[in-house]
Design a protein. Structure first.
Lengths: 399, 399
């Protein structure tokens, strides 16, 4: 048999997917599994998007422009303007999800062998896109004690070499839910300017901010317009992950011209997804108010119930719909598998994501799990009771 | 400004797109442009696919399985069975178009620095995916005199080094329309087996075979089951390019396991596209009969009219909806631009793709153009008259 690529073999496996067979087996044994392991929201997609599908008049489903349908990019500019981000259609390339936007950005802005600094824990698939583009991730640990705030700028400076080309953040963060303050972003702006680096910001959870906090976009940082690349997606905003529509946005003309070559090689982003995403611009504010209220209630119940568990600790994140909690366990990979394989409470158990998968540093995250609060409050309550009961009997309990 | 990636800068520009501004300018001057430059068919998408959109019951557009919706992969197996290709759902990864399937295949099967042999002229975007994956394309010229038949196996052997990992073909071919015979494929089978290479076959034009010829798939070559990867797409089959649904197919378990890691990193192929593509399996045979009849008439008129032009020559391809014609011109890039910039016949002109973009060998294809016969017969006739008149006055005419 021909030898498989080294590149393919170094491609990391998704930290969440590896538990799926254990969840499937648990279900076969008749156990109800609460899925807090994935970012697939249960919230309904806005009706105006679904209606757009029913009203499609085209008789040929054609390729769109490689950068995306122009009318969609124009409407998107309206959306951004409402969010105090001022851009033009030429500064947008529509991608097959935020995923493709990240890949295009890495391929455009970094050479194979170049380094990108990312505060960890970070979204695990950044590792996959880094392998695809041949670039090296240099992690900086942010700690649960500080609620996963931005590490000191001096820590970034320690890592900067001649190979460093970019800093990447996710704001608000998957997996921590941490919302960066304007001051933190301005600290990043300074270092980006000083060392002439790219600042790549994944802002797909922009709408999910709590406790009266507002989101500050990297697109509004001054003096580094040519250094900033924004990654966006409609997946979480409208609970429409399956449409696979994201965007790569930058004011740097050379970056966009180069990224367009990658976009043209794959011809076109999905046309149907673009049609419903264009319709999404009409989504009423009441939809977001409803969603935000729902997630706030979910976050509060999860954080409150975890912090009542002996030996457990959970910061109160101000964004996204994730939180990373510290648990009195020896190894989160073992624990999360044990929850599915060997535990149930009244025939119920909970599926969590081991935080190890969100760290690039070996051994980090062993006492932490990521919880996606994408279920209804009643189910979250039952899940947290499950977790509490599990920790009482888990053989690898540490304290 | 931060330095753009070398990778990004070596990414080739699409040979077709660079003429778009000239076509736009011609249209602004009131000139009708016949687009024979692109592979966007004008044929209608089957109604059963469009109806599926109107019947969508889901209220959340969710991620699908990373390999694609299981029911879709099951139905796809029925489609393949009908085409004498016998595979299981686990041997299929649904991708965002044939494009993503090619990228996954290159990333999985080849290391950065590895070499892939491709008979040229070949589909220009293979170059782009090769750059993305960091692999090197080694072209072998097939000649118009032989109707672009498979070059002698001895020519392949001359190119094989320790870095050679794969041979890639497109059958029937974009851009030449050449349909490989079973004997040619068996010759490839032998060399693939002898040197233990991958054989990657892009068969997206499977349905488009003329003159009573039938398509023989690489999936039916014996003894090299683990070496074969099939690239497929619904784009051309159902005239549904915008749905962005393709597939990577292989019986090699290790290849599929590795490719799944790339598939999981980008989470999911487009869900809406999968729903309509599943509905596409119901497309009646009468649709394909109608389409084939239409393209056959188009091919015949194009080939006949070109061969009547003094100094021009066009083989009669047996597949796809492209043909490469030799014209009495100094430089196809200059000629194709001149057609848009400086020529019109009764306020009409024609947009063709210079064949240079389909060759990897510098200087090859200067006297050839690719013609996509994706317009109605009447328009093709007018286009060919335009071409004939243009060649009478083109300043760079060679004979």
């Amino acid at each position: 048999m021909p030898k498989i690529s080294i590149k393919g073999q170094t491609m990391p496996e998704s930290p969440i997917r590896k538990l799926v067979p254990f969840a499937d087996a648990a279900k076969k044994r008749g156990i109800k599994v609460y899925h807090l392991n994935i970012g697939q929201p249960d919230i309904e997609t806005p009706k105006n998007m679904l209606d757009a599908l029913k009203n499609i008049k085209e008789t040929v489903i054609e390729y769109s422009h490689s950068a995306g349908i122009l009318s969609y990019r124009q409407r998107l500019c309206e959306y951004y303007k409402k969010n105090d981000i001022h851009i033009t259609p030429n500064e947008i390339i529509i991608a097959a999800g935020g995923s493709e936007a990240i890949l295009f950005t890495f391929q455009t802005c970094l050479n194979p062998g170049d380094e990108i600094i990312i505060p960890e824990p970070f979204y695990a698939n950044y590792n996959g896109f880094a392998v695809s583009a041949g670039v090296t991730v240099k992690p900086i640990i942010s700690t649960i004690e500080n609620g996963f705030a931005l590490p000191p700028i001096s820590e970034f400076e320690k890592l900067i070499t001649t190979k460093t080309k970019a800093i990447m953040i996710c704001n608000p963060s998957n997996p921590t839910g941490y919302l960066y303050s304007r001051e933190e972003l301005e600290a990043l702006q300074e270092i980006v300017k000083r060392y002439d680096l790219y600042l790549i910001a994944d802002e797909v959870y922009r709408e999910f901010c709590y406790d009266g906090e507002t989101h500050f976009s990297v697109m509004n940082l001054k003096d580094i317009e040519n250094n900033v690349v924004l990654i966006d997606s409609v997946s979480k905003r409208y609970s429409a992950c399956g449409v696979r529509i994201g965007a790569m946005i930058s004011r740097n003309k050379e970056v966009m011209t180069t990224a367009m070559k990658f976009a043209q090689a794959r011809l076109s982003p999905p046309s149907l997804g673009q049609i419903v995403s264009e319709a999404a611009i009409e989504t009423p504010d009441s939809y977001f108010a409803m969603v935000q209220k729902e997630y706030l209630a979910r976050r509060d119940i999860v954080v409150e119930m975890i912090n009542k568990i002996e030996g457990a600790f959970c910061p109160k994140p101000k964004g996204a719909f994730y939180t990373v909690a510290q648990l009195p366990i020896d190894d989160s990979d073992v624990f999360c598998q044990w929850l599915l394989e060997d535990f149930n409470y009244n025939n119920e158990t909970v599926m969590l994501a081991p935080a190890t998968g969100f760290y690039s540093t070996k051994g980090a995250g062993k006492h932490e799990v990521r919880i996606s609060y994408v279920l209804k409050v009643e189910d979250l309550k039952k899940s947290m009771i499950c977790l509490e009961e599990a920790l009482k009997v888990y053989p690898g309990r540490t304290i």
